[in-house]
Write a protein that binds this ligand. Sequence first.
Ligand code: ATP
Length: 762
Amino acid sequence: MKTPYQTEQTRLDGVLVKIQDAIVANQKDLQQAQSNKEDVESGWKDVRIKAGTYGSLFETAMGVRQQQQMLQERELAMNSASHQAEVLGRLKQRPYFARIDIQEPGSDNVEPIYIGLASFSDGVDNFLIYDWRAPISSVYYDANLGPVTYETPDGTQSADLKLKRQFQIEDGKIVTLFDTDETVGDQLLLNALAGESSTKMKSIVTTIQKEQNKIIRNTAADLLFVQGAAGSGKTSAVLQRVAFLLYRYRGRIDAGQVVMFSPNQLFNDYIDQVLPELGEQNMVQMTYYQYASRRLPKLHLETLQERFEAQATGDRKKIIDLKGTSLYFKAMERYAKSLNQAEIRVRPIKFRGEEIISKEQIADIYYSFNANYNLGNRLQATKERLLKMLQGRIGNEMQKPWVEDAVQALSKEEYDSLLGDNPREFKSDDQEFKTLAKLIVTQELAPIVRGVNRNRFININNQFVHFLKTVPNLIDLAANGLSEAAWEKGVKVTIEKMKQGDLSLADMTPFMFLFDQIKGSRGERDIRFVFIDEIQDYTPFQLAFLKFSFPRARFTMLGDLNQAIFTKENAVSLQSELAELFDPTKSEYVQLTQTYRSTQQITDYSKAILTDGAEIDAFERAGELPSVQVVVDNQQMAEATKQQLTANLAANETTAIITKTLAEAETVYELLRDQTDVTVIRTENQRLVPGTIIVPAYLAKGLEFDAVIMWDASAETYHGDDERQLVYTIASRAMHQLTIFAVGELSPLLAAVPQDLYIVEK
Ligand SMILES: Nc1ncnc2c1ncn2[C@@H]1O[C@H](COP(=O)(O)OP(=O)(O)OP(=O)(O)O)[C@@H](O)[C@H]1O
């Protein structure tokens, strides 16, 4: 009798042979497609340009069209063959990682289903491997042995799950194999988690947990909100979800229609291998700052560092808070609507230093249209009228002396290039002059025409300031703890900043929204899925704006309200704000409480930093207790850091030294650079590098490291209750080892942690 191991190895050998056959066949297809493509390309030579009559032009166009179509088809064939080659290459390395045995109701047959990164069949419907995203594969992640159900596009199916088996396969050999009744065996998960951190995140496809699977496969919700503790696999699950959606809606959506907003560029870099590893293309990834900068290229927007290091207090903070509310969003909507009646701010149109269409004229045109026009139509109609006026101006302008001078001054080259393709034969000098004069005027007017087309006659800066000044009429300031005087002072600050071309984060989104309203923008309608990571750092205003900007997208939001570094208490009300934006019957809220990143000891310690961290369960993986050491000064802290680095290095662990600010990170660098190999991460646009790094806390979001050294967790650095979440985020970056140093006195936020959860180093 063969052992299960032998039977499985025999089957694996058979599958590998078939994969190899498919690779050979695919190579032939690829060569064929390549040579077909070359044939078509050389076919271009046969398309002669027959100009002259309309008929022959048409014929030529048809020829070109046909060639293009053929090229496109061949290109497609080649792309799909080369895509297939990639898939097969991946399958050859690791054909599958699990097997489930299923018995359909009413059938005597028990069918084994092997699950891998992609489907593979050796004939119609004879699947040797099922894609992990196929409906049936869900059973592997979801269910224990016995009766099970799974969702298919045609409805819910039921079956009996007879066996669950997991494999580790390396170089065509089964290294381990075990049967389990658990959803995904703890052993496999433990193995996965014991690994070392690296500069790139890995996929979790073989060990997806049941509650994560729910997030990954959800197709019903317009809003899927995932609240989860640090390290609970939100990011991992959501990347698997993108891969799932691209599979589920293949042919209907592509990776370019999926957008992910992430906390910083560093993080983008960290996760950019996961989808390719799963055989999918990356979605569009950007930070909110990048999104805004792309839309407001002329303004200097407040950066992450500026925002973090300039913590506002008093009235300034209240103003910033107000600007983030949905109240403010609605006030802006009302204001924009009122612009249909009056108060649009425009710029005069100038030509050669002279005002040719005044502000009043433009405003008159703007308000000359029917009262029931909306802002978008109004702008469009104004634009058309202005363009006509400019067109009408040409004849008039041609008679001006400057035009005559310009014609006289034309050199031979200028004359030639001005005439371009125009005929050079003129009936008279007068006709020649008129032709040239018209061309010159049109050329001079071109930038103005372009400006009108781009809405440059709307003075958006002025309009925005006018809005700010109108706010006291739109919002009850006193109810928001602000006096009119305080608000006015704030407006002055914004105006001063705008004069320098600067815009703060609090004003950035309202500014974009106002412009969109005036333009009648309908948002980016081809985007189908929007993911927002670290949702706790977004204001309700931003969320409402994103919903407006991507009106046809379904949203997945991920966040941990315990890590609200930027917005803090705002996070609490987020949920109720969302209920206003999304139909509650189409919203789903999922809570992940199990954490995977850190050892039990680190999780218990981090959890104790939070006053209400009850909803966090550590995964049972043992490690050392975090250590805390109070030192006398920076010098001693540097010494202790060096020692710890040596120990970590000996244990093969990479370390991140996390500071509060960038300035501190630079200090640490100066103290350590001579004796150890360290890299400071200064901006989010840098790359993560292997080896020890020094990083300010606001850039460490979403990342993880084998070992973390928290630099100077003293009472002086982290004193306020509002820094609790920041301290929690830092501590929860560590996978295996957490070391905390503080100069003078330990931060009260950490001093409150029960003594048995850490060791004190002397
Ligand atoms: N099902 C799983 N199988 C294996 N590893 C997992 C699983 N879920 C999560 N992990 C691991 O746990 C760690 C944390 O995951 P991830 O970064 O996705 O969490 P997160 O919730 O986004 O964390 P944070 O909010 O702190 O950024 C990662 O190393 C990830 O690979």
